[in-house]
Design a protein around this ligand. Structure first.
Ligand code: GLU
Length: 312
């Protein structure tokens, strides 16, 4: 792909989405998120050669929310390896991001690390070796390193708002504690989880942070994780990255991706590009409505779906 043409494509996608009237619904169950205008739209594409291509509000930080579950999974696998899979599954849930229903019949073992219950267990695993403050510091260092950007920060107001209103997450954590699958005190596990969700990043920073998933575990030529682990995380993003909308996302876009209720999506075209989009209006499953549409257009115009024959 010519560099000029990817610039044109992202600019055209940003322009197309600007005029859309159906923009989805901004999440309001976390009060600070409700104030974000639904007119925002950003896109950033980092190609394998390291070049960055952006359009729209790509430099504006937003709450990455559940996209942080990808980074938390990476850290937990680094800490305990495959032992993690004794406590969390690797199957799509087919239920909402904050659902509690499966936990009863499945004995407190969440279906995957990308639903809330799964990410709460992932945080508990990290707290098996670290204090909450250390785990939050480790997360911040990790995203700053993989993005190559020391300015990335956690929005304390968002973390506090989640602490004040996260009753469902409290229920999930307490329920799993009753099954013995949360070990640390629930308030410490959730405090860590909420701080991860409250990471504030722009599309540019997020796309840069996703390079290690695009490039077989490497970012900027440095090894972050093994190639095998990067491929496996991508597989989970493809099958479980969009809650009960994961099958539809794979069908329409054909890329590993992870969404957050802040309206961001990180998508990975392995060996080709790391992509971040942001539009705060959500579809009923809690995924960015225009973000998905933008990725669908991008993949259509570039042929980046993992199912597209690469020739040879
Ligand atoms: N912090 C949000 C919650 O726990 C994350 C949900 C999401 O982004 O999907 O409810």
């Amino acid at each position: 792909m010519q560099l000029g043409s990817i610039d044109t494509i992202v600019a055209e996608i940003a322009e197309e989405t600007r005029t859309h009237t159906h923009r989805g619904k901004v999440a309001d169950y976390i009060p600070p998120l409700a104030c974000v205008p639904d007119s925002k739209f950003g896109i950033a594409v980092v190609l394998h050669d390291g070049s960055v291509h952006t359009a729209g509000d790509a430099e504006e930080p937003f709450s990455i929310q559940s996209i942080s579950k990808v980074f938390a999974l990476t850290l937990a696998l680094g800490a305990v390896g495959d032992q993690l899979w004794r406590r969390v599954g690797r199957e799509p849930s087919g239920t909402a991001f904050n659902s509690i229903v499966q936990l009863e019949t499945e004995h407190g073992i969440p279906r995957n690390p990308f639903i809330n219950a799964g990410a709460i267990v992932v945080c508990d695993v990290l707290l098996g070796r670290l204090q909450p403050r250390e785990a939050i510091g480790q997360m911040l260092r990790f995203v700053r390193t993989v993005a190559g950007d020391e300015t990335i920060a956690i929005d304390e107001a968002v973390a506090r708002a989640e602490q004040d209103t996260g009753f469902r997450n409290m229920a999930l954590a307490n329920y799993m504690r009753a099954f013995g699958n949360v070990h640390a005190p629930v308030e410490l596990v959730l405090g860590t989880y909420f701080h991860f969700c409250a990471l504030s990043m722009s599309c540019r920073q997020l796309a840069l942070a996703g390079r290690y998933l695009m490039d077989d575990g490497r970012a900027d030529g440095h090894s972050v994780i093994s190639a095998r682990r990067a491929r496996r995380i991508n597989a989970l993003m493809m099958s479980c990255g969009h809650y009960d909308n994961s099958g539809d996302f794979a069908y329409r876009i054909g890329l590993p991706g992870k969404s957050g209720v802040g309206g961001g999506i990180l998508a990975v075209a392995p060996g080709i590009a790391s992509i971040a989009v942001w539009s705060p209006g959500l579809n009923p499953s809690g995924n960015s409505h225009l973000g998905q549409l933008a990725l669908e257009r991008l993949v259509h115009r570039t042929g980046w779906s993992v199912f597209e024959p690469r020739g040879g």
